[in-house]
Each structure stands twice: as C-alpha cells, then as structure tokens.
Design a protein. Sequence first.
Length: 368
Amino acid sequence: MAKRIGLITAGGDCPGLNAVIRAVAKPAMREGFEVLGIYDGFLGLIENRMHVLSWAEVSGILAQGGTILGSSNKANPARFAVGIGADGKAIMEDRRPQCLELIRREKIETLIVAGGDGSMTIASELAAAAHQAGHSLNVMGVPKTIDNDLEGTEITFGFQTAVSIAAEAIDRVKTTAASHHRVMVVEVMGRNAGWIALHAGVATGSDVILIPEIPFDFDAIADCVRVRSRHGKRYSIVCVAEGAKPRGGQLFVSKVDPTSPDPIRLGGVGKAVADEIEKRTGIESRYVVLGHVQRGGTPVADDRVLSTLLGERAIAMVLEGKRDRMAAVQRGRLTDVDINLPCGKQRTVPKDDPVMRAALELETHFGD
Ligand code: F6P
C-alpha cells in the first residue's frame, strides 16, 4: 500500500489554499504517496470525511479562490463543541482518541495542515496525543492567513491578496470621498494585528491608519481631519483595523461564538470612528466594512507563487524525513521552523516596522 499523507485546510479560508493543495499533492503523488483530502478542516477528521485525491482534482485549481476541501474555524478535536449548556457555555468533548484511531486505521503517517496559529496548535496537540498513545504522527504546517500574524514567518499566504483587495476598495472610496468632501472610514480585517490596515493604508496614502498596536484617540483623529480641511483637503480617508481600539477603551466585538476556539468576532470600530469624527468636526463621515471580501476570490500572482513555494516546501520536508515543522519565510528566504513556534502567539506590528516608519515620515496619522 502507498504511503499516505492527510491534507487539511483549516481555520478561516484565504486566497491561495487551492494553490497549496496543488503544490503539496502533485509532487506527493509523483513520489508515490496517496494524498487524503480531509474535508472542512479538522471537522472532516472528527466526522471521518475524506477521500484520496486524484491528479485531476488538484489540477487547474491554482488560481481558484477558497478551498476545494472546505474549511472550518470551529472544529478542534481536543475541545470539540457538542452543544451549549444552560450557562451559555459550549459543552466540549475531547475527540482526539477517535481522530487518532482514524489516522491509524487510514494509515496516515503525515498530516499537512494549511492553517494559522490555532490550526498549528491543534496539529501539534494531535501529534503529542499520538505520541502518548504510542503512534507516530508527523505534522507539517503551511502558514496561512490574511492577517499575516503568524510567529515564525514574516509572511503568510493570503495576506498580499487581502491587502490588494483592501487597497483597491480604498482607492475607489477615495474618489467618492473627494467628490462629496466627506470623511470615509474603511474597516479592514486582521484580528489583533494591524498588518492589513498598515499595508493597505500605506498603499493608498490613507490619511489616518488605525491599528491595534497603537490605541487611538478620537480627538486626535478629529484634529487631523480638521487641519486637512483647513489646508484645503476637503476629504480624508481613515483605514482602520477591526482590532483597533480607543486608548483606555475596549475592542469592538460584533459577535461571540462560544463553539469556536477563538470565540470573539471583531467589528464595529469603523462606524464608531466615523460617528465620532462627524460629531467632533461637523464633516459628513461615512464608513465601509470590507469584511469577507478580503478573503474571497482569486489570489494575486505573488500569493500564488508564495503558496506554491510553501506547499512544495511542506512535501519536500516530508521527503527529507523532517518532522513537525512549519514552512516559513525569514529574511526573504524560504525556510522552516518548529511547528510549535507559532502556537498560542500572534505576530503583531512592531514599533520599528519599516513600513510604519516610512508612513510616519510621510505624515500619516496613526490616531495617537
Ligand atoms: O483570521 C482571518 C479572519 O478573517 C480575521 O481577519 C477575522 O477577524 C476573522 O477571520 C473572521 O472570522 P469569521 O470568518 O469567522 O467571521
């Protein structure tokens, strides 16, 4: 029987997942492996939904958005929600023994997981549980997320596409803001990291960029808009990360999902910022929430290349006999790190980030 690899796309989807599936599966098949495509992230492992991928299935998908395998950002085998208790909290069960039994039965030796920090944690917990149970399970990570917030790699696939979608949207918003002499606030994703807002903001020359790493002050933002207006700039663009919050204030939460390993869904800061600017300056202010548009559709060319490099690296590591690694980019070079490195961490924008420094030199306001 051929050696078997399980392939999972887990967590929130992002452009480039199909490119990774193709980059893992084609070389693996050529080397004589069977690649089991597991459906809907770790949920497919819990529910035993998987099948051996064919060459035809993984061909022609490079530029396709989403993931042909499906994904889930709720299913963690170690803490799987089976209902909601009277206290409103999720009732959790440990489904790792059942997943390990399936992995053993299906003779899966390596699990390749395209995911973010949550998925890397799940994968390494599964490998540890397998080890304890006396099985050997190798886990390989491919760093995915539009948020670009994975420790151990300076870039994740999906990020560049999200930035370019956000930048295109802001460019469009800018012309209507100019026509109507308005303030337009554009809320972008990114969880607790400001990478998307920073890069989309700089790419579009946004006047104010608000990121979670720098708590903002409504008065300071309003002053910036007022000064611009006095200098004849009768419109302003604010690019705000969903995780940005006022100094001494709270995160804007749109929803809490107790069944999810990461239950907080952020949202609402864009409206608050627009309302407060209008209140303080009297200048009409509107907001746009880009939301999941940033995660959809075809990856930009650079993300297709990055996904291909990272996916191919994952399978190359299997062939080299490496264990429990995550493909990564460091100092612009393709490399790999211990899969535990990104677990439980988030890579946020550092104070000395060169993009932020350049923006400051260009008098971009960070709301502080
Ligand atoms: O991690 C990717 C991401 O899109 C974040 O930027 C965002 O906060 C979150 O996922 C949204 O999750 P959901 O798809 O469950 O609404």
